[in-house]
Design a protein around this ligand. Sequence first.
Ligand SMILES: [Zn+2]
Length: 55
Amino acid sequence: MSETHATHCSECGAAVPVPSDATPGELLVCDHCGVELEVVSMSPVELTIFEEEEK
Ligand SMILES: [Zn+2]
């Protein structure tokens, strides 16, 4: 049985599936708006928008 946690995109609010084996620091991409989301923690599941720093 594989468990998938769902959370919401901080950018557009769409549901984003988070694999149960995701680890903090992993990047996910929102299917809806294409923003990159970084996994902050898994319990509870928390994502933050990943922004590349401009040089
Ligand atoms: Zn989104």
